[in-house]
Design a protein around this ligand. Structure first.
Ligand code: IFM
Length: 447
């Protein structure tokens, strides 16, 4: 494996951050240890039919016990940074009380990362809401936004400037729409109006937490992570398909980004679906739009959309490359998305906080050959370089994921890792893609 880093390559810049990412519920396990309380995902997993094979997060990658060796493994990859999330149920297992054992776990982790010279990128909320808050309405209850700000205050006080970068939320679209609108994720509710109300409360929570985070960690960067799938009309010459694709982006992209950047929600939603419009109190949008230091963008695929009887419909194109999730591989849409957003908004610096793919990997004679994933990374890194050339202010790139883990409603059936996890033995094995990444990072540094 050999990589070319021409003079013009943006990846030669030593301040461009390369990292790997995970999330607490997906890797930690130990869901009943050290006073951790039940989260909405524990409850969802225990509900028959919600997660493939009835999988749950009780053991996952056992990272709670193996964290030290996992951090050594991250160091071996040669990355600059590690993106992880904090389990709120470990920090506040009882409402209003702080669990020092939970805090100590993350303090140890962050200290060790700094010792290893790896920059910690912390996401405060990656979907594991304490169940006691869901029992009072979860993200449909405005009070949850204030509870999150309390949690963010506690956590940023505890970790302070030891952390390089804090994100309030990972993919509020998934928490709101998959959780409260379509029912595919915890807590499993299905109502359009719920989805938009939950989305507003998540963004409000971001806005309420931000000033506290800045006060507690003045040297760290503070932002949020959004996921985007740009929408393409099935027939680019058909106005109805064009409008449908646009409406898909109004919901999936602009509903989340526009309030953060411009303190307004897209009017297209109010015009076309007035019943979806949430309750917004005076002052909310000003809070939400407080300046952020960075925007995290997660990209996996694009949508192809046609106008249907009841609104935009997703079309599954034949003959295109797909991942094990069934998602189309489309690196071109990645650069187009970044350039389009750059032209439309006055964005802060951007980090690609997730990008990667699932494949049906298996361990054969001690090796995992995942050529498709190596190609996927190569092509998406090229797409990032194209966007940078076009003027997008991109500062870093994180592969999703460090290792195979609990893929939400798909359980352990889908493998996104650079590192293979044999769940029976908890053995970790570098896949071909991990070696690819390792080599890429070495050559970039001229090693
Ligand atoms: O595994 C998830 C992650 O938790 C959030 N972003 C998408 C990934 C792949 O589905």
């Amino acid at each position: 494996m050999s990589f070319d880093f021409p003079e013009s390559s943006p990846f030669r810049r030593s301040d461009f951050v390369f990292g790997v990412a995970t999330a607490a519920f997906q890797i930690e396990g130990a869901n009943q240890e050290d006073q951790r309380c039940e989260s909405i995902w524990d409850r969802f997993c225990a509900t028959p039919g919600k997660v493939v094979n009835g999988d749950d997060g009780s053991i996952a990658c056992d990272h709670y016990h193996r964290w030290e060796q996992d951090l050594e493994m991250i160091a071996e990859l040669g990355v600059d940074a590690y993106r992880l999330s904090i389990a709120w149920p470990r920090i506040m297992p009882v409402e209003g009380q702080v669990n020092s054992t939970g805090i100590a776990f993350y303090q140890r982790l962050i200290t060790k990362l700094n010792e290893l010279g790896i920059k910690p990128f912390v996401t405060l909320y990656h979907w594991d809401l304490p169940q006691y808050l869901e029992d009072r309405g979860g993200w449909l209850n405005r009070e949850t936004a204030y509870k999150f700000a309390e949690f963010a205050d506690i956590m940023t006080k505890a970790l302070g400037d030891q952390v390089t970068s804090y994100a309030t939320f990972n993919e509020p679209l998934c928490s709101a729409f998959l959780g409260y609108r379509f029912g595919d994720h915890a807590p499993g509710l299905k109502d359009d109006k719920f989805g938009f109300q939950a989305a507003h409360h998540l963004l409000l929570a971001h806005g309420l937490a931000l000033p506290k985070m800045r006060a507690n960690a003045p040297k760290a960067d503070h932002g949020i992570v959004l996921n985007f799938a740009p929408a393409y009309p099935l027939d680019p010459n058909n106005q109805a398909d064009i409008d449908a694709a646009d409406f898909d982006e109004q919901q999936g992209i602009h509903w989340f980004l526009q309030p953060l950047m411009e303190a307004t929600y897209p009017e297209a939603i109010r015009q076309q679906q007035p019943l979806w419009w949430p309750t917004i109190l005076p002052g909310d949008l000003e809070l939400i739009a407080a300046p952020i230091d960075f925007l995290g963008i997660n990209y996996y695929t694009r949508h192809v959309i046609k106008a249907g009887e009841h609104g935009p419909e997703h079309v599954r194109l034949e003959g295109v490359e797909r991942t094990d999730m069934g998602w189309e591989v489309c690196p071109e849409a990645f650069s187009h998305l970044l350039i389009k957003l750059h032209q439309r908004y006055d964005l802060p610096p951007i980090f690609i906080t997730e990008n990667g793919m699932a494949s049906a990997d298996s361990l054969q004679d001690g090796e995992v050959v995942d050529q498709q994933r190596c190609d996927y990374y190569q092509r998406h890194l090229d797409a990032v370089a194209v966007a940078i050339e076009q003027g997008v202010d991109l500062r870093g790139y994180f592969a999703w994921s460090l290792m195979d883990n609990f893929e939400w409603a798909y359980g352990y059936d889908k493998r996104f890792g650079l590192v293979y996890v044999d769940y029976a033995s908890q053995q970790r094995v570098f896949k071909q893609s991990a070696k690819y990444f390792q080599q890429f990072l070495k050559q970039r540094k001229g090693i």
